[in-house]
Design a protein around this ligand. Sequence first.
Ligand SMILES: [Zn+2]
Length: 428
Amino acid sequence: MNKIIRSDTNEYAEIAFELSLGDKRENLWYRVKPEHGQYLCDDRADSFIVTFFAFAMERGLNLRSAYPVSQKLWYQLTTQVMPQLAVTSKGLGQEIEIFAEKVTEPYPGSRGVGTGMSCGVDSFATLYEYTELCDLPEYRLTHLTHFNVGAHHGQTGSFDAELQRRLYQKDVAMVQKFCDTYGYQLVAVDSNLTEVLDRFWGYVPFSATHTYRNVGTVLLLQKLFSKYYYSPAYNLDHFICKLGEDTAAYEKYLLPNLCTETTSFYNSNRSWTREEKLKRIAEFPQSYDWLKVCVKSDTNCCKCVKCMRTILGLEAIGKTHLYARAFDPQTVADSRERLKTYMLCQVKKGDLLHKEIYEEAIKNGMTFSARSKAYAAMYRLSLKVLPRKLYVKIKKRSLNHTLQVDVNELFTQASEQRRSELRKQARK
Ligand SMILES: [Zn+2]
């Protein structure tokens, strides 16, 4: 990284990193509202180092910065994280050098406490935990954030700049409306990070680097944040520490090592599972009208993987009625039987997330029709005996036909990969 350029316009305050990789040159920019320009850190490389850390290790590239890095961060990355990742990721990455001057001075006056807000289950569970459920004033949330650094991929399994921007703009507008309604301060950060990554290395899945990208963006705002919460997808019983894996699987080890003299990172949500998070947010009325989990549309479509899983999760604890404005009650009523069949199929396949929902549902007295059970049994059989390619073909058609849901995204490269990881874990 050669240069940090700060510029302000009437519409935004911008910080740009002038990057070079071999003979490639890129300008990586981040933009915030003009009133948040005061929080941007344009004198340190912390954000750049963390954002590109895993990419650099995987590709054996040294990171070099003309600007200093926080000493604590440099120490933790080079002596704690890097040597371990090099051991656990055998063949996937290697130790690299991080060349930069060190600074030990914290930024003065950083008192903000933040977390990401997407209006999803994780966001609401964290918002509830660190507002109404938090007795420690220093740990209560003061700001919510929304970053455009890769989460708006639309589960297409490939990079689509236009789709990404459209999804971000819709989401950030919705989150802003939510924050205005309840009086939260939102710090939104737009960025061209995904475009820059795509030009450097082609399509890179978000799941393998999301923690680095999000934390890297928070480190741009160290003048604001003293604490930042990140909601975890996994507990330590699913600990897998390896480059290329979902960073959520080793976040509890990684996050404390991404702290600087100024900003500390923590996982939120204790050890709550997905169902436990749903139970908590069902106690939190702010989530009722605003819960948005859809990966396909700007309102919940009720048909994509995430919508279906969330509806089933709410059905399992008998709380769907609270979310009548988030999930159209008629659509839910019409598809209830099909959703239950879909869940049985997922359970037969060994999907851990659906297994958790299923167990909760059984505990609360959910029943299944003979037709659903028969379909799931058939599905299980076809899973066992059919060759993989033929099975995928049939499954695509039969699920679409029988369940009348849009399951095409189930077959993207990224979701296939994720599912095979889950299956691996289930077998262990
Ligand atoms: Zn959806």
